[in-house]
Design a protein around this ligand. Sequence first.
Ligand code: COA
Length: 354
Amino acid sequence: METSNKIIEFDPKRISEDLLNSYLDLLDGIHKENFPDEDPKYSRVSRKKVLLSDYPLLDYYYWLMIQQTETEEKVIGGALFYVANEKNPAFEENKRYAWFWLDIAKEHRRKTYGTQLLKKLVTKAVTLKNLTTLQTFSFMEAGWAFCEYFNGELALEGAQNRLKFEDVDWELMKNWVKEGEKIAKKNNVKLLFFEEIPEEIVKSYADFYTEIMNLVPLEGLEERRIETVESLRLKEKHFKERGIRCFTMITQEANGAISGLTDMQYSHDEPYLVEQDLTGVGLNYRGRGLGKWLKAAMLLYLRENFPEVRIVNTGNADSNMPMLSINERMGFKRFLVEKCYKFNINLLLTRLNQ
Ligand SMILES: CC(C)(COP(=O)(O)OP(=O)(O)OC[C@H]1O[C@@H](n2cnc3c(N)ncnc32)[C@H](O)[C@@H]1OP(=O)(O)O)[C@@H](O)C(=O)NCCC(=O)NCCS
């Protein structure tokens, strides 16, 4: 049968249901490659919601590669990048950097389709006045080889680490909580849990969250992270619209200062899984067992309240020794190797035009 390919720029909210579903089929296939033991039907629902609800502090650009026959159109590749917009509190710091992704269906790889999509994406990126750098990450050999072929600089090596509930040493978790409570009593430290950030601490929480995000090792990645009261409230609203619940635990010192935090995201769409997002203890408060207390208390909370949850995922740089040391003792195992690459846009365009 005669086939031809075309690339279109598109808006997921305006595209036909058929093409959107075909794109989701492609993404299901990529998911299956990364997570062969999981049924992609759960994450498909989340992916669809992500596609249909842009985060308002970012601008998104999307492309599809469509294979056409006389009777059918099938998505065989997709590309996107996003960049902080002027509403973003970290706009000034991040306006030069965009994150991008490319996906080509497994059976269509090594036919230059990835290169063609990348060229479209970069040709658009160079027209945006502030952008100088593109960043991406992949869990796959093919993705790393592709980035290296285009002279991407390896900016960070890490992993998606995964905790299976059957591997947890629950006695150890209870001990960590007991130890935490002892310190708490001695120093008058409180552990607070919330889904919506209480109004009276939202400003100090935003400042603390920003401080902790910027302590996470990002190695060569060019990113600065800032949260404000407004951006945190917007994030809460955005999660709610997508059916995601965000659970947070913080430690608060006797003088009211926030000293540690951990947060988790949970959605009924993927009821067996939670994502552990950020965990951190302020530099002045380290070495007292707060990190272990927070992580153990959150895990016990999950076990008690969400019996369907079997897996916790978290991403860590390989250089993040303090976090890895806690995670390993909890039972987290290295699950997928993650490599992040960065590209100077002009050099990449030159390379693509060679
Ligand atoms: C990365 C990806 C988009 C590449 O798509 P593709 O259409 O196969 O890429 P191209 O055919 O244009 O490859 C360009 C060059 O990259 C290199 N390359 C790509 N895949 C490779 C692989 N599996 N092994 C070794 N080199 C590879 C090759 O040098 C290739 O040129 P060649 O075939 O002439 O040797 C595709 O493998 C994919 O979808 N992977 C899963 C998602 C992902 O990891 N994306 C990357 C993060 S953005």
